[in-house]
Design a protein around this ligand. Structure first.
Ligand code: UTP
Length: 302
């Protein structure tokens, strides 16, 4: 029988060097997109997919994440004193009551594979999800993880979210070679971490959502440091493929690589354009800005 996916690991212990100095004293996953930190979007996606246990793997500067999901007595008392019911509701209901949070420390940032391995004592013997909050995914009708859980429930095996990436960018992703078994779904034959475009087996890049069987933990324990001196999740998945079926899912939705400055800015602009309080004013502002920025010649040509 298929075991329900109830646990999700959220590794939030990376150094976030591409965002320094903003990430000097704060985890990258706490950077806001408009008015919510990245990690909250990932948590909302996980909860919508039926997750009830969130396992955060934290590093240095770890406090702001537990604080964000915890009760904030003073703030709540102040908001209630000033009758700010809407804001009070916003801070009190970040997590539904049935969802619990567990925090595990990754003592050293030894890579994503190592961060996932740190969650082993809590994950136990059930399949589980992994979400990287710096990949922000706006699902179309259903969130990305919900689409993956549906696929897992049908096939009872691991699932990796993938998307076509420009050929010249394969060296930024884990790339999979698949055999298509239904629209958007493939059986993964091989996976390689960050291959150069000329040797990449396809243009399907793995993004930050995984459903993995618990045996990945044993494999991770025996995985040596790979590219960049880190324990790579991709290397462990490559070994998993020799004994288990893992599927790829080209999810429906749009992913923003918020680990990069450009992706982060794109997400900020597009989420602001959808934000009920902001969208009209922000759209007007953008139009004005573009008109101001276009040279008179461009304006004439346009
Ligand atoms: P990245 O590869 O984006 O690394 O991690 P990073 O350190 O966060 O950022 P840069 O490249 O230095 O700017 C992908 C995900 O894995 C987590 C990160 O927090 C992020 O969610 N991670 C990475 C860990 O939790 N521990 C690690 O040792 C490495």
């Amino acid at each position: 029988m298929t075991q329900a996916i109830k646990k999700a690991v959220l590794p939030v212990a990376g150094l976030g060097t591409r965002f320094l100095p903003a990430t000097k004293a704060n985890p990258k996953e706490m950077l806001p997109i408009v008015d919510k930190p990245l990690v909250q979007y990932a948590v909302e996606e996980a909860v919508a997919a039926g997750i009830t246990e969130l396992i955060f793997v934290t590093g240095r500067n770890k406090w702001s994440i537990p604080d964000h999901f915890d009760k904030a007595y003073e703030l709540e008392a102040e908001l209630s004193k000033h009758n700010k019911a809407k804001l009070l509701d916003l801070v009190q209901n970040i997590l539904p009551p049935e969802v619990s949070c567990i925090y595990i420390r990754q003592a050293e940032p030894l890579g994503l594979g190592h961060a996932v391995l740190c969650a082993k004592p809590v994950v136990g013997v059930q399949p589980f999800a992994v979400l990287l909050a710096d990949d922000l995914i706006a699902g179309r009708e259903r969130g990305c993880l919900t689409q993956m859980v549906d696929l897992y429930n049908r096939y009872n095996c691991g699932v990796l979210a993938v998307e076509p990436v420009p050929k010249k960018e394969t060296s930024r992703y884990g790339i999979v070679e698949i055999q298509t078994i239904e629209p958007r779904v493939g059986k993964i034959h091989s996976i390689v971490e960050k291959p150069a475009p000329e040797v990449a087996p396809s243009n399907l890049g793995v993004v930050g959502r995984y459903i993995l069987p618990p045996d990945i933990m044993v494999i991770l324990e025996n995985t040596r440091q790979g590219a960049g001196g880190e324990i790579q999740l991709t290397d462990a998945i490559a070994k998993l493929l020799t004994k288990r079926t893992v599927l790829s899912l080209e999810f429906e939705g749009k992913r923003y690589d918020c680990g990069s400055k450009l992706g982060y800015l794109q997400a900020t602009v597009e989420y602001a354009l959808e934000h009920p309080e902001l969208r009209q004013d922000f759209e007007r502002y953008l139009h004005g800005l573009m008109a101001e920025r276009l040279s008179p010649a461009q304006r004439k040509a346009g």
